[in-house]
Write a protein that binds this ligand. Structure first.
Ligand code: PAN
Ligand code: ZN
Length: 199
């Protein structure tokens, strides 16, 4: 049997009103209602939700076999906005196969990637156009849009066998929150964060 060889894939990143892939297999839309319990100001969250179930972020990705050696490329668009004083953000996750890395490249906008290890070590990197962030294995990650007006667009690529563990972040949160203080972003301690010994 000859080995299966897939054709290469070329994608353009189109500069429409928002950036978009010229071809993709999945378009994932995450709304306020998908983020229950994730923003620290629960009252602000409820009030916003009753008004409108807004779209917080969107992801376009290419489907590939979920096996080691394959990569999944994608585009993440986090819209501008806040829930209370906390900026719009992605859910955030660990990779289920925890020894898998990921690469993020900022195309447009400004923001942060917050990252945390299972042992509770925390770090954050600022994103602006052309910033490349390499997330080594074992770091959970969440992207946050800190612009008051512009969407945050990042290109990402990760191993197709990585898988996504959202439950750990839903339970413990990230150690720090990205909130607006004096008109700009600031990292503050998350009062609801669960340290590793309380998981
Ligand atoms: C990205 C993320 C994407 C959306 O593809 O999945 O930015 O964030 P959440 O998955 O946390 O909702 C990635 O990191 N993949 O592994
Ligand atoms: Zn990831």
């Amino acid at each position: 049997m000859p080995e299966r060889v897939d054709p290469p894939i070329a994608i353009d990143i189109l500069q429409a009103e928002a950036l978009v892939f010229s071809r993709y297999d999945n378009h994932i839309v995450r709304r306020l209602s998908d983020m229950k319990g994730q923003f620290h100001d629960q009252e602000a969250y409820q009030a916003m939700l009753e008004e409108e179930d807004r779209i917080l972020y969107e992801v376009y990705d290419v489907k590939r076999p979920e096996q080691a050696g394959e990569l999944i490329p994608g585009l993440s668009i986090v819209h501008p906005g806040k829930v209370g004083d906390e900026y719009y953000m992605t859910k955030g996750h660990f990779h289920t196969v925890i020894d898998t890395a990921e690469l993020y490249y900022c195309l447009r906008g400004e923001g942060m990637i917050v990252m945390e290890t299972p042992a509770g070590e925390f770090t954050a990197e600022r994103l602006k156009p052309h910033t490349l962030v390499y997330i080594p294995p074992r770091w959970s990650h969440r992207s946050v849009n800190t612009s008051p007006t512009e969407s945050l667009a990042t290109f990402f690529v990760y191993p197709a066998n990585a898988g996504h563990d959202y439950g750990s972040i839903e339970r413990r949160g990230f150690r720090k929150l990205v909130v607006e203080r004096d008109g700009g972003p600031q990292l503050v301690d998350n009062p609801r964060w669960l340290p590793p010994e309380k998981w």
